[in-house]
Design a protein around this ligand. Sequence first.
Ligand code: KG4
Ligand code: ZN
Length: 358
Amino acid sequence: MLVLGIESSCDETAAAAVHNGREILSSVIASQIELHKPWGGVVPELASREHLEKIETIVTEALEHGGVLLREVDAIAVTQGPGLIGSLLVGICYAKSLAYALDIPIVGVNHIEGHVYSVNFENPPVEYPALALIVSGGHTNIFYIPEEGKYKVVSRTRDDAAGEAFDKVAKMLGLGYPGGPVIEKIAREGDAGKIKFTKAKISDGRPDLSFSGLKTAVSRYLRESGVEPLINGTSPSQELKDLAASFQESVVRSLVDTMEKLAINLGPKALIVAGGVACNLALRAASKAAAERLGIPAYFPSKHLSTDNAAMIAAAGYFHLQNGERAGLNMTADITMRLQNLNNEDDELRRSKVRYRL
Ligand code: KG4
Ligand code: ZN
């Protein structure tokens, strides 16, 4: 089955042709980073306009690069949510029109499930149960996956997503946007043990994550230590490199410690680490070490597939299409779409007043 994947949930316009959910024939991504850079973050209105400008070209390029004719496409998978409403709608409207014109099936895919499927390429098939840490600019969740397509959230952030913490701390340090890659770069020359940031404690004892306290601690450290943020064009001081490395170490520690503790309790056969922050080599090394201690494999997407792309959406869509799922032409964007279809604990959490921002 040849699936055309379309992704436009945030600031990447992407399309990909994927054969049987595992073989990428093409994957084209137009990043909007340069457009949003002057604003220090994604501006939703600019993002949707840019998607609208690019979508046609990107889909055409994906077909051309893959040597695929439109009439050879068997089905379309498009990101349905979560994400920015205007951005999502561009991809969804385009995908629905194309599916209607070609008279082929279409499925809406949860973007986070897409990240889970990004390890489908370049790795052996995932053994279940699996435990997946999905860390991006918008999301930080750990899912228990007893079998393919079944998800239970076993940990999530109470406030900022890990990537968001990287982006905000980079802004404070004068490093620009997006924060993850720059922090990782200067952290390589820093001493990660220099500053000991305390790990966030979750008062009700749930294995959840929190990064807003760490962000405040970095800001306080900057103020009290007198370390100067980077001024345009200068090179970072050793103190700044140490601060970046210590911050990164703290994020990586809390993510990997939480994942490892959960793995000890849940006994997965594989770890999955995906999402934009999974580009981070310190996170990969620490996750790999945890997997070795657990005696199980850790699967990561390649760098190209860690950040937003449409190949992962096609792979997730393929699974749903194989299950006979089809969306109607009334399918629309769902910005709060959740990826939990097992033992939904939301009511229990609401009763115990556990609050999540994301
Ligand atoms: O998955 P993604 O492309 O978009 C969302 O769905 O959010 O993730 C983007 C996030 C950004 O916050 C970016 O700073 C972070 O991934 N990121 C990194 C690295 N590369 C990208 N974070 C840490 N280290 C990196 N090398
Ligand atoms: Zn993403």
